[in-house]
Design a protein around this ligand. Structure first.
Ligand code: DGL
Length: 255
């Protein structure tokens, strides 16, 4: 099977990493839209338009399924995309449910883009699964910009994180990483909040959902697997994507 994965830029590479690892015989086309990143501060209509353009392109490449590896794009566009394309479309949402299930009494922080936190999809989830748990919304758009610009040193990231968590850091026991870009800064979050903080992301859940959909659709593995990375901002961002994917593979293993 050929699977299309897209994000506003680098973030979805953390989903590609997980998908490559869990589906070792499938092929992937990853589309990063860095030219138009960040999505989290755009209007919903603008994000829907970007998603349609990218999915139209992926359809011309005959993908068998599409993963929207972006919480923001999912909250803005998943319904439109599912109505429009005749293949499985897998989305993402902040992993609030597992955070509530493992909650021991202190509050949960959900880091995500302003759009994800504002949209109905997340607020419905919040009302559904966390009505009796204390949840802080932490909009963190600046982090996306820094990652897109490859500014991944502690002196760039830590002051920004510090400002986001200043008022709440003593009250929380876990942080939901509700944006795929944030997977790249896990170590900085541990540095700031301590090793005991629980960091929860939705990447594995999304890949499991993809596997389930593929099985339902009787998928057959590819003979000659390939992984292609495309970026709307051109070669320098493709190179950065390859570098970041490698960072994940070296850090967490590639099988
Ligand atoms: N990676 C995206 C997400 O998961 C959003 C980043 C952006 O603002 O473009 O929400």
């Amino acid at each position: 099977m050929l699977i299309g994965i897209f994000d506003s830029g680098m973030g979805g590479l953390s989903v590609l990493y997980e998908a490559k690892k869990r589906l070792p015989n499938e092929s992937f086309i990853y589309f990063g839209d860095s030219k138009n990143a960040p999505y989290g501060i755009k209007t919903k209509e603008e994000v829907i338009e970007r998603c349609i353009e990218i999915c139209d392109y992926l359809m011309t490449r005959h993908v068998d399924a599409i993963v929207v590896a972006c919480n923001t794009a999912t909250s803005a566009a998943i319904k439109v995309l599912r109505d429009k394309y005749p293949i499985p479309i897998i989305g993402m949402e902040p992993a609030l449910k597992p955070a509530v299930e493992s909650n021991k009494g202190k509050a949960i922080a959900v880091m995500a883009t302003p759009m994800t936190l504002k949209e109905e999809k997340f607020n419905d989830l919040l009302n559904k699964v966390a009505s009796s748990t204390s949840v802080y919304k932490v909009p963190a758009p600046k982090i996306v910009e820094l990652i897109e610009e490859e500014m991944l040193e502690s002196e760039e990231i830590l002051p920004v994180l510090e400002a986001y968590f200043r008022d709440i850091k003593d009250n929380i026991e876990s942080v939901v990483l509700g944006c795929t870009h944030y997977l790249f800064i896990k170590d900085f979050i541990y540095d700031l909040l301590g090793q005991d903080i629980e960091l929860i992301d939705g990447n594995l859940g999304t890949v499991n959902q993809l596997k389930k959909k593929l099985l339902e659709n009787n998928y057959k593995s590819e003979e000659n697997r390939f992984v292609e990375i495309i970026n709307s901002a051109g070669k320098s961002k493709v190179d950065l994507s390859k570098k970041l994917l490698k960072v994940l593979e070296e850090k967490y293993g590639d099988n």
